[in-house]
Design a binder for this molecule. Structure first.
Ligand code: R5P
Length: 268
């Protein structure tokens, strides 16, 4: 691995835990103004100090994040279809490596649609993006997208999608937690981080998901809705950090959440 690429990889992971807490705020690229991300700048600002990396598109980066931010940027560079279509796999690369360099990205990210109608295009796009990333010294994160059928994606499927992504040269992979997740980890030679998916029934459920993912070999999380759709996003992010970096139990993380919650507003 070239020095620049290795340096960018290391910037995203805490040296002590060798894990990362990425904040995902890229949903608008295909979902539009997602609930509680309508004003992306307002959502992101209080969370940035507690994120090891910020995962987003160039549009939101340029419009909603100050260039003084020291946080490494994981730049989403794929898109081209929206939730208005049933088949979400018809994506292409929508941002050039030259723009990623201009934006000082620590990594670029694209969705990979294994088993979907446009599997071939997305895998070829991944190969091309890795070529461009290697040339620029910028790591590539493959996102094993599951379209609208998350519940159908099991360990066998995710292990295949993660392994194929790594074989094509991805330097890290974002995937979903599932039963049998350790099998996904075992088959993937590059670091895995897990997304949270749609908002779970409680903050505790999201903390449990993170705890299990770390226990079973994930190198961190790249989580969005279960943080900023929580009623206590900063407290939630701090609680997740306790799990990912300090190996806190779910109970300990719940204590962090309780102690970091903003005090209730005084009655008028
Ligand atoms: C898809 O919209 C993106 O890849 C998200 O960054 C990813 O799904 C993580 O966000 P969440 O935890 O909300 O699923």
């Amino acid at each position: 691995m070239d020095w620049g690429l290795a340096n960018r990889m290391h910037r995203m992971f805490r040296p002590t835990s060798r894990n990362t807490v990425m904040l995902a705020v890229d949903h608008g690229y295909f979902m539009g103004p997602t609930r509680r991300l309508e004003d992306a700048g307002a959502t992101i600002a209080p969370l940035v100090p507690y994120a090891d990396a910020l995962a987003l598109t160039r549009g939101i980066l340029r419009h909603a994040v100050a260039p003084t931010v020291p946080t490494p940027i994981v730049l989403r560079v794929s898109g081209g279809v929206t939730v208005l279509h049933d088949d979400l796999s018809h994506e292409a690369l929508t941002t050039s490596m030259a723009d990623a360099v201009r934006l000082n990205a620590a990594a670029v990210a694209m969705s990979v649609f294994v088993g979907a109608p446009h599997e071939h295009e997305s895998l070829v796009n991944l190969g091309n993006l890795v070529d461009a990333g290697e040339a620029a010294g910028i790591p590539v994160m493959a996102i094993t997208a599951v379209g609208k059928e998350l519940e159908k994606r099991d360990a066998r499927y995710l292990a295949l999608a993660c392994r194929v992504s790594a074989e094509l040269g991805a330097h890290l992979v974002k995937t979903y937690y599932c039963d049998g997740f350790s099998k996904v980890v075992e088959g993937c030679p590059v670091p895995l981080v897990v997304a949270g998916g749609p908002r779970l029934e409680s903050d505790r459920a999201a903390l449990e998901l993170a705890r299990r993912a770390i226990d079973e070999g994930a190198h961190g999380i790249d989580m969005g809705r279960n943080i900023w759709q929580s009623d206590h996003p900063v407290a939630m992010l701090k609680a997740l950090r306790a799990i990912v970096h300090e190996r806190a139990t779910v109970g300990e993380a719940m204590d962090v959440l309780a102690s970091e919650r903003a005090p209730a507003a005084a009655p008028a």
